[in-house]
Design a protein around this ligand. Sequence first.
Ligand code: GLV
Length: 312
Amino acid sequence: MTAPVTFLYKSDPVRGRIWAEVFQRHAPEIDFRIWPDVGNASSVRYLAAWEPPADIAERFPNLQVLFSSGAGVDQFDFAALPPDLPVVRMVEPGIIRGMVEYVTHAVLGLHRDMAAYRRQQKQAAWKPLQVKTAAERRVGVLGLGSLGQAVLTQLTAFGFECAGWSRSRHAVEGVQCFAGEGELGAFLARTDVLVCLLPLTDSTRGFLNAKLFAQLPRGASLVQVGRGPQGVDADLIAALDAGHLGEAVLDVTEPEPLPPEHPFWRHPHIQLTPHIASMTQPSSAAEVVIDNLRRFDRGEAMLGLVDRARGY
Ligand code: GLV
C-alpha cells in the first residue's frame, strides 16, 4: 500500500468545503483536509494557505509545495520557509474575471466622470460635462502578469488607448508595452488613467509617490488594486488636493482595515472599497491546483510558480 498523501487547506473554511468537493470529484486519491484537522502531519505533502503556520518546516517535514490561496504571496515570510520549497501563486479564472470586472467598472466610471456627477448630485446641480470617446482616453496598467493582461484585453475591447508597463519586456496584442525604469517616464506621460496591478516587493513599496504622480498628465486618475504599502498616502492626498490628480479609486490601503480617522475615508476625490476587487473562486481555484499537482507529479513546471528572488 502506498503512503497516503494529504493536501491541507488553511484558509476560509466555508470556501474550503467547496475545495473539498472538487478534490473528491477530481482527485479522490488525495486525502484533502481543512485546518485544523491536520491528520498525520508527516503525510502533509501540499499546503494551500493564506497564512501558513510559523513552524511550517518542523510541523510538516514532508511538505513538497506551498500554494497561496490568493493572487499575492507578499503575506508569506520567505525567510521562514524551507529554501527549496516551491511556492505557487493563485492564478485561476475566477480571480482574473473578478479583477477584470472591478477595473473595468472603475475605468468606465472615471472615463464617464461618475465621481463628478455624484458630487454634483449632492449640490442638486444638473450640469452635463463634455463626453470624451474611449479612444481619446489613455489607460495605462502597471504590471503585466495574468491580471494586468486580462484587464488590458477587456479595456482594449472598449476602445481605450491602452498601454502597459512592467519590469521585463512583455507583448500584449493591441497594447503599447513599456519596460523597465528607463521607459517608466514615457509610459506615465501618456497615461490618463493609471491602474496599479503590481505585486508588493521591495522595489514596489512606496512606488506610487509624488515623483511618479508628477510624471502623469494633469487631471490623471489612479485605480489602485495592487497592495496598500505601494502608496504614499500623503503624496496622493497632496496630488489630489493640488488638482494634479483628478480622482483615485482605492481597493487596498495600509493598514487594512483602514482606521476610521484616516483622511482617505472622507476625501471628496477618493472612492474606497475594502479590498474586494477580486477574490479566489473556490471551485475554479481547486481545479487549477489539482491541475498543478498533476504537472508537479509529471515533473512539469507549475502555473504561477514564484521566483523567490523576484518576490512574485
Ligand atoms: C487578494 O488580494 C489576493 O491576493 O488574492
